[in-house]
Ligand binder design. Structure first.
Ligand code: AMP
Ligand code: MG
Length: 419
């Protein structure tokens, strides 16, 4: 087994050869989940002007020193200021202006008194005649309930960093800066080529000996989830000519990455590597991982290429460990890494000394997580993968792990609540 390549070395070698793709400009609503290609800097203060944080009265703090419920201060009301217009008045000594949340603070005023702290008892049903005078029951400090210019974001400040995967609040920030579009990294175009003479597309009838192509759909879903655009190529028969023809079709779609499944092992019909030798080269083959040992990586006409094993669980595990980080690198995402927890094995397990990714269900056990291995751990058991909460990672060299021993688990979905 010493001829097998180390998982971490392989990942590092793959990632060191990949750069983020170029940027493109998309409408804000299309930017959700995309990765910023550039920093977003504010070209003006947000908010741009001093405004009221409350519905109430704008006044001069100096006039209200010592005001209380017992000794209210009476001010002359000189204006009624709604949001959206710049007031053309100045609040002078002894005066106040009724003001709504978000309305610009008038000149002269330096504080806002909430309506509850005044004698005004307006209702919001439209009947709110402006009183001639208002009594104020509190003594605000200067600046009280005033939003200052640049309080949220200063002009020139970096609001969002390149490499940020945009979430709804980020979209809100970009909109608040007045921009209708966002500079994002182009989505990686990932061609997916399923090989295998036994494969039939779902939706059609199976002849004896045939199986449905599950990898093609699962890999397309994984690519989409990872932020790429899947380009699905029709399945290839296990012949050099047919596999070659399908690779040419994949290349015609100008992919940034090509993924094939199956045909990379040592069977007599495993022709993928033969075709790659003609169209490009294999840089890496056979990794110290279980499942997924036959993984191949290389270039096809200059396009990075992953040859994933055909067994569905092997295909997905090698996608998670190697392809997802590659797609993320191409899409410019800041390196985050997969979400992990530590869990104690619920039962003894055996492996063969390769780094092993066991499909486990997680259950809460007091303060810790307990990991229950699912099914037979066969690399053909797709349903066990679908039911798994995560992949428990046994390091290289371990052939037997006892119940109760603790290992890292790479999460495949958010942790089950409570259970
Ligand atoms: P191979 O890598 O060609 O030796 O395939 C290993 C196993 O995976 C075989 O049982 C194949 O039938 C199965 N397999 C290969 N491709 C797919 C696919 N696209 N969907 C489901 N199973 C597959
Ligand atoms: Mg095969």
């Amino acid at each position: 087994m010493t001829d097998l390549l180390n998982v971490d070395d392989v990942l590092e070698r793959i990632l060191s050869g990949l750069q983020p793709l170029t940027g493109e400009t998309v409408d804000l609503l299309e930017a959700l989940g995309r990765v910023l290609a550039e920093d977003i800097r504010a070209d003006q203060d947000v908010p741009a002007f001093a405004s009221s944080a409350m519905d109430g009265y704008a006044a001069r703090a100096a006039d209200l020193a010592g005001a209380s419920a017992e000794q209210p201060v009476r001010l002359t009301v000189v204006a009624d200021i709604p949001a959206g217009v710049r007031p053309d008045i100045t609040v002078r000594a002894g005066q106040a202006a009724r003001i709504m949340t978000g309305a610009p603070l008038p000149d002269g005023a330096d504080a806002v008194v909430r309506v509850e702290d005044t004698s005004d008892r307006w209702t919001s049903d439209g009947e709110a005649p402006l009183p001639q005078f208002v009594e104020v029951f509190v003594a605000p400090r200067p600046g009280r309930d005033v939003r200052q210019p640049g309080e949220s974001i200063r002009a020139g400040e970096r609001a969002l960093a390149r490499g940020t995967a945009l979430r709804p609040a980020d979209i809100g920030v970009i909109a608040a800066l007045g921009r209708a579009v966002a500079p994002v990294v182009r989505r990686p175009r990932v061609a997916i080529l399923s090989t295998g003479s036994e494969l039939v597309p779902p939706g059609s009838a199976l002849a004896p000996g045939q199986i449905y192509n599950s990898n093609g759909f699962m890999l397309a879903a994984l690519v989409r989830e990872a932020g790429g655009e899947p380009l699905v190529v029709p399945t290839a028969l296990d012949t050099v000519d047919d596999v070659r023809r399908r690779f040419d079709e994949a290349l015609a779609q100008a992919p940034d990455l090509i993924i094939s499944s199956a045909g990379v092992s040592v069977g007599t019909h495993d022709v993928v590597r033969t075709v790659i030798d003609a169209l490009g080269h294999i840089d890496l083959w056979r990794v110290n991982i279980r499942p997924g040992k036959p993984l191949a990586y290389g270039q096809v006409r200059g396009v990075p290429f992953f040859g994933l094993p055909g067994n569905p669980v092997s295909a997905m595990v090698t996608f998670e460990v190697f392809v997802r980080p590659a797609v993320e690198r191409l899409s410019g995402a800041a390196a985050g890494g997969a979400a992990m927890v530590e869990a104690a094995l619920a039962e003894d397990v055996r492996s063969d000394g390769r780094r092993s990714y066991l499909r486990v269900r997680l259950a809460r056990d007091g303060e810790q997580w307990r990991a229950h291995p699912l099914g037979t751990q066969s690399s053909a058991e797709l349903l066990a993968l679908a039911r798994a909460d995560g992949l428990l990672i046994l390091p290289e060299g371990i052939r037997h792990a006892a119940a109760g021993s603790r290992y890292p688990v790479r999460l495949l979905r958010p942790l089950p609540a409570g259970s």
